[in-house]
Write a protein that binds this ligand. Structure first.
Ligand code: GLN
Length: 610
């Protein structure tokens, strides 16, 4: 049974193929006698996505000689080997407005006009790598096979046929020898060029070759890096301006995609960053382009609005959310005094969540949008997890924006850089290094550090080991005798950094009050990673839920540093309810008050996430 990969795509291609059938204009090329044998009814269309999926309809298994569709790839190979500067000395980049086999040369610059017409392509062949003719041919086959992702062969009868009749190309080669544009035996050069044109491909092959250009030079299936982004840009530019010979202007105007056609009836069009389209149908119009190939590309471009100048992305804001630590404090559980201090001063810590792509215009908008916030904070935390990319322009402006903040003594932190998009993370790391920005794993860690920084300036550090039990929130309101009773019940304990104080799922028999140090409350998220949802410090209690419910621990609790705490067992608490119901009720009331504070904080966080 036929395996339907993406039914809407396949349905579209079938319908497109049907719509091409009635177009019976054009003539199969016959100046290369062997090409005249092609069936005028043969027709195939393939789409290849940049992740290597190929959709084909029609005679997609038919092999045909690649002819001029080879030109961008031969040029790409030369570009990789010789570099742009050296290559420009030999072949120009100017459209001719003439036919593909034009014999006109750019004698001012002493080079053929461009590599998409025969003269330029022959000049590219003259630059082939290798010491012998067989070595040079082996390199050509290798290059094209890499682009196709499979071993290609050539059609020797097409080669011999063109070699026997290609006198115009011969004239072009000799003319270039005469003017010093090529400096090797023209017969050898032509031999290589004709064989290259005779390489056999199907539309799925061509589509995959094109998908490599659409995919920034990386073969979608083999993963081989065949071109760098700059070479892809150069090749696509030439395809756009010169790929369709003297039809190039009208093609750019109407279809607006970089493309290349050949006399055997192939047309390859590229939609950069998305996919490529390969069409094969031998009958040609007067200019030498496949009639159905052109019609198919025009229709595809029109149906989907693919013209490269039509879908310019409009700038979307990259600032997903901006807030302050006063509205969205860290997960650290605070005592009432700290809470008050942070409600007053937390506004000095700004939080910005970025999303999407940072490029010239979106970076400009981001900087403008953040002006109010940045002019009124002393600390700023960027949450990068939803940022997808940062281009060179954005990097430059982001860096100068950050330097401006440093000059105004605003301390900046990046968080979640590692979870940013693959294209963004390395650039953000570079920016952080260049601007001496501290990088935190998560936002909460950064906010907490800055909160501590603010609190340090306004409060004494609290160390309950130096105070009596009565200073602890949980025991506030107990009289001396009651405190002495509690003192006899509690059990002092000590933990080292990273020790588990409690483990999820274990029975809970004891509640804890922290005297010194802090612990983190860890909860598994949907993907099973333990994430930190709260931090509990001196004077605060934890582990009370399982004790009250008599059930199992709901979270892991891990010591952040050396921790001193007191344990109060469920049994002791029960004893107290009998021996001193008043003390028992004071402790429970303290717990309930703290619960309601924590719930309020959770509600605020939930609200701020909406
Ligand atoms: N081999 C053919 C030639 O040189 C290629 C031309 C083409 O496909 N337009 O004439």
């Amino acid at each position: 049974m036929h395996d339907r990969k993406s039914a809407p795509f396949e349905d579209y291609l079938h319908e497109l193929l049907e719509s091409l059938k009635p177009l019976d204009a054009g003539e199969v090329a016959s100046y290369i006698p062997e090409l005249a044998k092609a069936s005028p009814d043969g027709c195939a269309i393939s789409f290849a996505t940049i992740d290597g999926e190929v959709y084909s309809v029609g005679d997609s298994e038919t092999l045909f000689s690649i002819q001029s569709v080879s030109k961008p790839f031969a040029y790409a190979g030369a570009l990789m080997r010789l570099g742009q500067e050296a290559l420009l000395k030999k072949v120009g980049v100017e459209p001719t407005g003439d036919a593909f086999n034009s014999i006109v040369l750019d004698e001012v610059n002493n080079r053929p006009f461009n590599p998409m017409v025969n003269a330029g392509a022959i000049a590219v062949s003259a630059l082939s790598e290798g010491d012998s003719q067989s070595e040079r041919w082996a390199h050509v086959v290798d290059l094209f096979s890499r682009f196709a992702g499979r071993r290609l062969t050539h059609d020797n009868s097409v080669f011999l046929s063109e070699s026997a009749t290609g006198h115009r190309n011969r004239a072009i080669a000799y003319l270039m020898l005469n003017t010093g544009m090529i400096d090797r035996d023209p017969e050898e050069v032509l031999d290589l060029y004709f064989k290259q044109c005779a390489l056999l491909v199907s539309t799925p092959d061509l589509a995959l070759m094109g998908a490599t250009l659409a995919n920034n030079g990386v073969h979608p299936r083999t993963g081989e890096v065949l071109l760098g982004p700059a070479e892809v840009r150069d090749v696509l530019t030439l395809m756009m301006s010169c790929g369709m010979y003297d039809y190039a202007g009208e093609w750019s105007y109407e279809v607006g995609l970089p493309a290349k056609s050949g006399v055997s009836g192939g047309v390859l069009a590229i939609l950069p960053g998305q996919l490529s389209i390969a069409v094969w149908s031998p009958p040609l119009d007067e200019i030498g382009n496949s009639v159905r190939g052109i019609a198919a590309c025009r229709r595809i471009s029109g149906d989907f609005g693919l013209h490269q100048f039509m879908n310019a992305a409009t700038v979307e804001t990259v600032v997903r959310r901006e807030t302050r630590a006063s509205a969205q404090p860290s997960m650290r559980i605070r005592n009432p005094r700290e809470r008050d201090l942070l409600a007053t001063h937390g506004g000095q810590i700004g939080l910005v969540e970025l999303q999407g792509a940072l490029y010239l215009a979106s970076a400009e908008r981001m900087i403008r949008q953040l002006q109010d916030l940045t002019s009124s904070v002393s600390h700023l935390v960027f949450d990068m997890r939803r940022l997808r990319s940062v281009d060179a322009a954005a990097q430059r402006f982001f860096e100068s924006f950050l330097r401006g903040l440093a000059d105004r003594n605003v301390e900046v932190a990046f968080a979640e850089v590692h979870s940013a998009g693959g294209a963004a993370a390395p650039v953000l790391t570079k920016i952080a290094e260049a601007c001496a920005i501290r990088v935190f794993t998560n936002v909460d860690g950064a906010v907490e550090v800055y909160e501590e920084r603010l609190l340090e300036t306004v409060r004494e550090p609290f160390d309950a080991t130096r105070y009596g039990l009565g200073n602890l929130e949980l025991f506030k309101g107990l009289n001396r005798a009651q405190l002495r009773m509690v003192e006899a019940m509690i059990q002092p304990m000590q933990f080292e950094a990273n020790d588990y104080v409690l483990r999820r799922g274990r029975p809970g028999t004891m509640a804890f009050v922290i005297a010194r140090g802090s612990v983190s409350v860890m909860v598994p998220n949907a993907s099973g990673d333990n994430i930190r949802v709260a931090c509990i410090g001196p004077g605060q209690f934890f582990g009370e839920m399982a004790v009250l419910e008599g059930g199992l621990r709901s979270t892991d609790i891990v010591a952040d540093e050396k921790v001193v705490c007191y344990g109060l067992s469920a049994e002791h608490l029960k004893e107290l309810s009998v021996s001193d119901p008043e003390a028992h009720s004071v402790i429970l009331t303290n717990m309930v008050l703290e619960f309601s504070n924590r719930l309020r904080r959770s509600n605020d966080i939930i609200g701020s996430l909406q």
